[in-house]
Design a protein around this ligand. Structure first.
Ligand code: PBG
Ligand code: ZN
Length: 325
């Protein structure tokens, strides 16, 4: 046999051949679109740091939900920006809160679209931390009950999945207990199990007005240098009853995503966060990258690394592209 024995290029020669041997596929079914809900009516204000994303009032979120569902995206995740904030984030469990009202309205208008709700306090606390503060410290155990109340209020509004993003210890068990006690045994928990203290959340914190007013989140979110700790976090959340786990941010943590998926073999989501989105949009605006190509390449990398689904601000647009073929 003459050299070279193997010629991998044989299987790359035509577009059809490449289609035949492709290992990973990105589908609209894999995508979750985040939405930001604000007070008021008829509000659809562009978010400066997240070009192409909007602050939506409840009525406008219903219109958006119809468009998202029509594109073939199976789920949205809701973040609320409340009228008032206080020390304990009490509007997080207000039955008339933005997320609760949007959930009711969207489930009524587009029942087939799944509503995931982000369960955290940072959008609702006046200090911007994800838990309650005593002596300048974010206290773990007193926060758990409040997270449970928020999750129950979301379930009562009709949420299909609740997704705690606070990184308090023991919160999955606390939320599971609270949901079960209120008759919501069937509502799954998507835990932000592996969430790093990341600079990539910057545009989100602008959009949600949730930047901490003192200190940072390193006392509860994870150190970017750690992966054994990520495995422990995922294991604990699964033991506490998480139905699905998430790794966040995305591209900078694909190694962690791959390891979590391989070791636990459970439904695992990835979050391509606001800073990742903003970087693609900014470079594309400069004309430095091919926007569509980079977006698709990035999202398929999540699938390749093992993600079952991806939370991304590009979800609806990409679903429309995939539909067009
Ligand atoms: C709330 C929360 C954050 C994000 C999702 N849920 C912000 C944070 O932890 O500061 C980030 C999402 C993004 O950057 O796109 N805890
Ligand atoms: Zn938070």
């Amino acid at each position: 046999m003459s050299f070279p024995i193997e010629r991998p290029r044989r299987l790359r020669r035509t577009a059809t051949m490449r289609r035949l041997v492709r290992e990973t596929h990105l589908r609209a079914d894999d995508l979750v679109q985040p939405l930001f809900i604000v007070p008021g009516e008829g509000v659809r204000t562009p978010i400066e740091s997240l070009k192409g994303q909007f602050h939506l009032s409840v009525d406008e979120s219903v219109k958006e939900a119809k468009r998202i569902s029509a594109a073939g995206v199976p789920a949205i995740i809701l973040f609320g920006i409340p009228e008032t904030k206080d020390a304990t984030g009490s509007s997080a469990w207000d039955e008339q809160g933005e997320v609760q009202r949007a959930t009711r309205a969207i489930k009524e208008a587009v029942p087939e679209l799944m509503v995931i709700t982000d369960v955290c306090l940072c959008e609702y606390t006046d200090h911007g931390h994800c838990g309650v503060i005593h002596d300048h410290e974010v206290k773990n155990d007193p926060t758990l009950e409040l997270l449970g109340k928020a999750a129950v209020s979301h379930a009562r509004a009709g949420a299909d999945i609740v997704a705690p993003s606070d990184m308090m210890d023991g919160r999955v068990e606390a939320i599971r207990d609270a949901l079960d006690a209120d008759g919501f045994e069937e509502i799954p928990i998507l835990s932000y199990a592996v969430k790093y203290a990341s600079g990539y959340y910057g545009p989100f914190r602008d959009a949600a007005g949730s930047a901490p007013s003192f200190g940072d989140r390193s006392g509860y979110q994870m150190d970017p240098a750690n992966v054994l700790e990520a495995m422990r976090e995922a294991e604990l959340d699964l033991q506490e009853g998480a139905d699905m786990i998430m790794v966040k941010p995305g591209v900078a943590y694909l190694d962690v995503l791959a390891r979590v998926k391989e070791v636990f073999g459970r439904v695992t989501a990835a979050y391509q966060v606001s800073g990742e989105y903003a970087m693609i949009e900014a470079a594309a605006e400069k004309g430095w990258i091919d926007r569509k190509r980079v977006i698709l390449e990035t999202l398929v990398s999540f699938k390749r690394a093992g993600a079952d689904f991806i939370l991304t601000y590009h979800a609806t647009e990409v679903a429309e592209w995939l539909k067009e073929g």
